[in-house]
Design a protein around this ligand. Structure first.
Ligand code: NOJ
Length: 530
């Protein structure tokens, strides 16, 4: 195997599948594993290298599967373990690698471990699996990421900690039994043949001894303030040995299994500690996703990314959309600020300009796909799908909506089922029945895959073209240098090998002094130079 193949994760384009919304084979309105299997050919033709599946394990679905009640089984909503094996075999036969989502910070409150803990008495070994505390008031001031306090009280008076929904109790990672249990879970999936894991919230797993108060909930809420010492529930040093052991387990399997941490740790120089050579292979570059789309911010972010990850010998990843943020085709269609996790845009908010958003989004994607490193795509962005910003309250399922009494609309708008065949039924071919767990907005029929397939200039064909070129020129393993004479307050240009990439961030035409280069507003060009 040559080095490029060995280091596949350094340059891979990884496509995120949100199983609830990708494709539905049994017509119940909820996507499933057989649906994914049936549509893998279309991902192969898109030109990606790997897929990452958001959780499909057994779960009461209080947080769309990020509340797992059995890590080693498939939820009947999505099919069976046999369906998983068939999906995996099909992906592998097409040359696509498969990463699955592992959620180790918390379980569902319906997991056996939690049920046993609740049934056992305070102080019992069963309760040691989680963070239980006594007291008449919540044990500390920690807040849930989804709103409200991070503590819920049991009838016997003890409180348990949950950094997310009350149905997602946090595990106690100081407990060796928890650590062992997860090593078994890793092996279970590695033995089945998965190529690795996307690890949910690894930076939340360690909690400072004694669970002291968050030093500044006033300013930081449930989160942290960049540049200030980490609060007691975020990026604790104690977790790193755990990931080193996981890495050793992955490395003991053939075929370069990889893990990507959803380590929301900033600045990037801190995030880079998570991708030291014996820990995670990758982390999501959230700084890139969060950066305002301006020449100044993007240049700074790219410089910081190469410096931080390069210092530890890791590739940078690049990402513009996922299942937790407003889709970039809508985010860029107006001034929506950072629009990070859980906020979103609802029917009463200012609405994005769909045309402008799509133009900017495709240009942003092209600008990004020219960079060396690994790129994450989120299902539907290859169709230019906008966010569903007018979803009615009765359909909302994200726990954020309920926990904040609708003040934060949550993330449902980016999780709507995909349109495959325009107007064949109410769900545009998401299944045979037209049912859909979240209704699509009327505009989705215009974005269906069949309308774009083979149509020059469509978003889909633009993605395919760029992904093929990226592969042909080996851009993922390439080099990077700014072309300063083409950079300004409203433009950026860089070279990756023989490719010159120029992006016009501005609303005016961009022309070089010698007249050789001409870009429309919000446009990216790729120029191959010999
Ligand atoms: C991050 C996941 O991406 C998000 O969807 C989920 O709600 C939280 N982690 C909690 O698991």
């Amino acid at each position: 195997m040559d080095q490029a193949q060995l280091d596949w994760w350094r340059s891979a384009v990884i496509y995120q599948i949100y199983p609830r919304s990708f494709a539905d084979a049994n017509g119940d309105g909820m996507g499933d594993l057989p649906g994914i299997t049936s549509r893998l050919g279309s991902l192969k033709s898109l030109g990606i290298d790997a897929i990452w599946l958001s959780p499909f394990m057994r779960s009461p679905q209080k947080d769309a599967g990020y509340d797992v009640s059995d890590y080693c089984d498939v939820d009947p909503l999505f099919g069976t373990l046999d369906d998983f094996d068939r999906m995996l075999a099909t992906a592998h036969s097409l040359g696509l690698r498969v990463l699955i989502d592992l959620v180790p910070n918390h379980t569902s409150d319906q997991h056996e471990w939690f049920k046993r803990a609740v049934a056992a008495s305070p102080g019992s070994p069963e309760r040691e699996f989680y963070h239980f505390r006594d007291g008449d008031t919540p044990p500390n001031n920690w807040q849930s990421m989804f709103g409200g306090p991070a503590w819920t009280r049991l009838p016997d008076g003890q409180w348990y900690c949950h950094l997310f929904d009350s149905s997602q109790p946090d595990l106690n990672w100081e407990n060796p039994k928890v650590q062992e249990a997860f090593e078994d879970i890793l092996r279970f999936w590695l033995d089945r043949g998965v190529d690795g894991f996307r690890v949910d919230q690894p930076h939340a797993m360690g909690k400072a001894a004694g669970l002291p108060d968050h030093p500044d909930v006033e300013r930081a809420g449930a989160g942290f303030i960049e540049g200030e010492p980490s609060p007691p529930m975020w990026f604790q040093e104690s977790v790193h040995p755990i990931f080193r052991r996981w890495r050793a387990i992955l490395d003991s399997y053939p075929g370069e299994r990889a893990m990507c941490g959803e380590a929301y740790v900033l600045p990037l120089s801190f995030m880079a500690l998570w991708v030291r050579p014996d820990e995670f292979h990758q982390t999501f570059n959230f700084r890139y996703l969060d950066s305002p789309w301006t020449a100044k911010d993007i240049r700074k972010t790219i410089d910081e990314s190469f410096a931080a990850f390069g210092a530890v010998g890791a590739p940078s990843t690049w990402v513009l959309s996922n299942h937790d943020v407003m889709r970039h085709a809508s985010r860029m269609g107006g001034d929506f600020g950072r629009t990070t996790a859980s906020d979103g845009v609802g029917p009463n908010d200012k609405q994005p300009d769909a045309e402008l958003g799509l133009k900017r989004a495709v240009a942003a994607t092209l600008f990004t796909l020219g960079l060396p490193g690994s790129m994450y795509l989120y299902q539907g962005e290859e169709l230019g799908l906008p966010e569903h910003t007018t979803l009615a309250p009765e359909f909302r399922q994200d726990p954020t909506f309920a926990r904040t009494n609708g003040e934060r609309v949550g993330r449902d708008g980016c999780r709507v089922p995909l349109p495959w065949e325009s107007n064949v039924n109410e769900s545009n071919g998401f299944n045979q029945t037209g049912k859909s767990w979240l209704p699509q907005p009327a505009s989705y029929s215009n974005y269906a895959r069949d309308l774009q397939e083979g149509v020059e200039g469509s978003t889909l064909e633009t993605y395919k073209w760029a992904l093929a070129k990226r592969k042909e020129l080996n851009l993922g393993h390439g080099t990077f240098e700014w072309v300063n004479e083409l950079c300004s307050d409203t433009s950026l240009a860089y070279r990756n090998g023989s490719l010159l990439v120029i992006h016009n961030f501005g609303d005016d035409v961009l022309e070089s002094e010698n007249g050789l280069i001409h870009l429309e507003a919000n446009q990216t060009v790729w120029l191959e130079q010999s």
